[in-house]
Write a protein that binds this ligand. Structure first.
Ligand code: ATP
Length: 767
């Protein structure tokens, strides 16, 4: 089976699967038709003989999806890669050509090849690599006799054969735009009135114009290709016309088109280009297809036949036409690339820019005044970049030229100078503060001397020699006081000597910060009470270390608080609450899923009902019963019942989901309450133990974070928002709604077309 050309046959569905004169072998794709001679009355032969027709596949009672997949396998990808393709459906009137090609009147599942191709082209476009840009345009043209009509133009003016390639192309960017084009084209087709279905009088061609551009600047080429989907006018034999409503002229025109196509294909096989050109001019369809209907293209034909004995003659004719198509010799296509002007232009623009940059750099290097020549926008941009860099928001400052580098250096120098000045000012302020605290300490010393004479006595007896010893004693005392302090802290936590040393460092550091200075001053007044107990420590107060030691460090405060049994209880409470959140969340998600499923079913039933209504309206006029009520079809009644059921289920499920959501929300609120309580307890703890408010209550949150159940539901409002949406009875989904609108449009357009045709007929009669 050649990939380039395939001929399939689709058999009109029947209840009966065995036929007297036709045999189908789906496995080998062979159709056998009994010799007509044997069917004549004069035949005396008893044994049966058959003509054998080989095909590339038989569709018998196959779904639309199977037909689509088999017919278009690999075709779309080839079209994107630059090959032209033609998919044509031909066959007897009423055998299902339009059903195979468009199939727009029933549900989306029953859509034919055309809407499915549009959808798949769009999907392929999405999957393209970033450098490939795929343009999809659509045109829809009808061919009748030697004229064409552009179905995408509202005026429906007939176009002469020589101008039929100048049709409107509509750009397709999404599925609905494509569907709109397809439905519009379908609605504006020339069809026969009064038939039991809508019978096409003309041949219709929907074309996808594909443009593939490589946006890589080094490869400025584009490939243009086309995929034509043809729904040919139905052929028939005159004897069969009573079944349908086409008159001999209409049937005749369709048969002529088929014969012209047959001749054209025979011409293609002979490969005499002059003959091909001549044949191209006879028929508007062949002319329109131009070189796309050629042996270099990818061709797919779907013949439509009916297996009943009464249709044997036309079936045989179609099978023979299929044989001619199968005999066509295919050739390899020589790929043609066109210049992608868009990319070429961009490439040249970039080149120009780089030349300009080089020139600028040259002039910068030659002229010493770097910054003055710079664009003020660029200067501002660089200033902002430096700020971001210093704030740690960006990792690097991209420089384009020497002028940029000069400006950055200049800026950083100015900033450094500013910082130096600030540090000097802070040092001066610090010295003032030290002097003030020293005088405070001296005052305290004096007062302690006057209040404790015995201590003074002991101190005065000390000789200068013993001073070194005293300092050791002082240290011991200090360590003793530290031990006492440690013992006191051991009840709730520990404050190590190491941490006190660390604090020293932090105090020195904090002296540079204005905010910390205020805190330190407050703390020094608090701790001075403790210092009075140890005179030696007061004595040894270092001038370089004026701020008292008991200023707590954030981490120490936190460690002590975190090890308290009270806080541990809080953590346990938090963990339990998280467990509850987890289990309530999973049940809530479960309920939402259930709700979504019911919602989907509901949407489906709404859709089914609408389609059942549309189908009834298409196939018959409205009928009313004795009470004047509209008579519904069986399908409509079924759909209505199912819809009522799902609506009830939907309301119940909404309530269940809301209850689950409430429960979850209560635990989420509790989570916040626990955090808040722990934070205020930490705050209180700091105030009681250190006489300062907690410096960073965020520590509580950070500590609890590892236990937090993470299901992206930290923001309960977002969950609520979702839920609120669900409390409404859902509207049919947008796609179904659009398809429904398009189907209404289809009916309206068809009615308008009938009116216009009738008006014309009346005018002719009057003439
Ligand atoms: N495979 C199928 N399954 C179900 N219904 C089908 C199938 N094929 C055709 N039909 C139905 O048969 C009727 C005729 O089909 P359709 O209009 O596609 O025939 P056609 O070959 O395009 O006819 P014409 O040449 O007159 O335009 C329609 O009502 C269509 O829905």
């Amino acid at each position: 089976m050649s990939f380039k050309k395939r001929v399939f046959f689709r058999i009109f569905p029947t209840e009966k699967t065995e036929f007297e004169h036709i045999k189908l072998d789906s496995k080998t794709g062979t159709i056998y038709v009994r010799h007509l001679q044997e069917l004549s009355k004069n035949n005396i032969k008893t044994d049966r003989s058959y003509w054998k027709f080989e095909t590339d596949g038989i569709f018998y009672n196959s779904t639309q999806e199977t037909v689509y997949n088999d017919v278009t396998a690999g075709v779309l990808e080839e079209v994107i890669n630059g090959n032209n393709a033609v998919i044509a459906s031909f066959g007897q009137t009423g055998s299902g050509k339009t059903f195979t090609i468009s199939g727009l009147h029933i549900t989306e599942n029953e859509f034919g090849i055309l809407p499915r191709i549009a959808k798949d082209f769009l999907a392929l476009r999405k999957s393209m690599p970033n450098n490939i840009k795929l343009g999809i345009d659509m045109s829809y043209v009808e061919f009748y006799n030697t004229f064409a009509i552009d179905l995408l133009k509202p005026d429906l003016i007939t176009i002469e054969i020589s101008k039929c390639r100048e049709v409107r192309k509509v750009q397709i960017s999404n599925e609905f735009e494509a569907l709109k084009c397809i439905f519009l084209g379908e609605a504006r087709k020339n069809f026969k009135q009064g038939c039991r279905y809508l019978s096409n009088l003309a041949t219709n061609v929907a074309t996808f114009h594909i443009t593939k551009k490589d946006m890589d600047l080094t490869n400025p080429v584009k490939i243009c290709s086309r995929l034509h989907i043809i729904d040919m006018a139905g052929n028939d034999t005159c004897g069969n016309m009573k079944l349908f409503c086409k008159n001999p002229k209409e049937i005749g025109l369709a048969n002529v088109t088929k014969s012209q196509l047959e001749q054209f294909i025979l011409c293609l096989s002979t490969n005499i280009s002059k003959n091909i050109r001549v044949k191209q001019r006879i028929n508007s369809l062949i002319y329109y297809l131009n070189g796309d209907f050629a042996s270099e293209s990818i061709l797919r034909f779907i013949g439509h036949i009916k297996a009943k004995n009464e249709d044997l003659l036309i079936t045989l004719s179609m099978l023979r036409f299929g044989n001619i198509l199968k005999g066509l010799k295919m050739k390899r296509k020589v790929m043609q690339f066109e210049l992608n002007e868009e990319v070429e232009l961009q490439y040249l623009r970039n080149k120009l820019q780089s030349i300009e940059k080089d020139q600028h750099l040259n002039s910068v290097l030659l002229n010493r005044d770097l910054v003055t020549g710079m664009n003020p926008e660029r200067i501002k941009h660089l200033h902002n970049l430096i700020q971001d860099y210093l704030a740690g928001n960006v990792q690097e400052i991209p420089l384009m030229n020497v002028a940029d580098a000069g400006l950055v250096l200049e800026n950083i120098r100015t900033l450094c100078k500013g910082l130096e000045n600030e540090i000097k000012a802070l040092q001066i302020e610090n010295q003032g503060l030290v002097a003030h605290q020293q005088s405070e300490v001296t005052l305290k010393q004096k007062s302690s001397k006057s209040s404790s004479h015995s201590t003074i006595g002991k101190l005065s007896r000390r000789s200068s020699k013993a001073r070194s010893k005293e300092s050791i004693t002082k240290e011991n005392k200090q360590s003793g006081s530290n031990i006492a302090e440690k013992q006191k802290l051991n009840e709730t936590g520990e404050l190590s000597i190491a941490s006190s040393q660390k604090r020293k460092k932090s105090v020195t550091k904090s002296s540079t910060s204005g905010m910390n200075k205020a805190t330190n001053r407050k703390k020094s007044s608090n701790t001075s009470v403790e210092k009075r107990d140890s005179k030696s420590s007061v004595k040894s107060l270092d001038v370089q270390m004026p701020i008292p030691e008991m200023i707590p460090e954030k981490q120490d405060m936190w460690r002590r608080f975190a090890s308290s049994s009270h806080y541990k209880e809080r953590v346990e409470e938090y963990k339990q609450n998280e467990q509850e959140i987890k289990s309530h969340f999973s049940s809530y998600v479960h309920e939402i899923k259930k709700l979504q499923k019911i919602k989907d079913d509901n949407d489906k039933h709404i859709n089914d009902l609408l389609l059942a209504q549309t189908y009834r309206k298409f196939n018959s006029k409205d009928e009313f019963d004795e009470q004047g009520l509209l008579v519904l079809s069986y399908a409509e009644k079924e759909c209505k019942e199912r819809l009522d059921e799902t609506r009830e289920m939907l309301v119940d499920q909404q309530e269940i989901t809301l209850t689950a959501q409430e429960a979850l929300k209560a635990y989420l609120d509790n989570r916040q309450n626990i955090i808040k309580s722990a934070e205020s307890e930490f705050d209180q703890f700091c105030a009681e133990n250190y006489q300062v408010p907690s410096v960073d209550i965020q520590l509580v949150q950070n500590d609890l974070n590892p236990y937090t159940f993470d299901a992206n539901i930290e923001d309960p409002d977002s969950v609520l928002e979702k839920e609120e949406e669900l409390t409404f009875i859902p509207e049919p989904p947008a796609k179904t709604q659009i398809i429904r609108n398009l189907q209404t449009l289809l009916q309206r357009e068809q009615r308008a077309r009938i009116k216009a045709i009738n008006r014309k007929k009346q005018e002719w009669r009057n003439v």
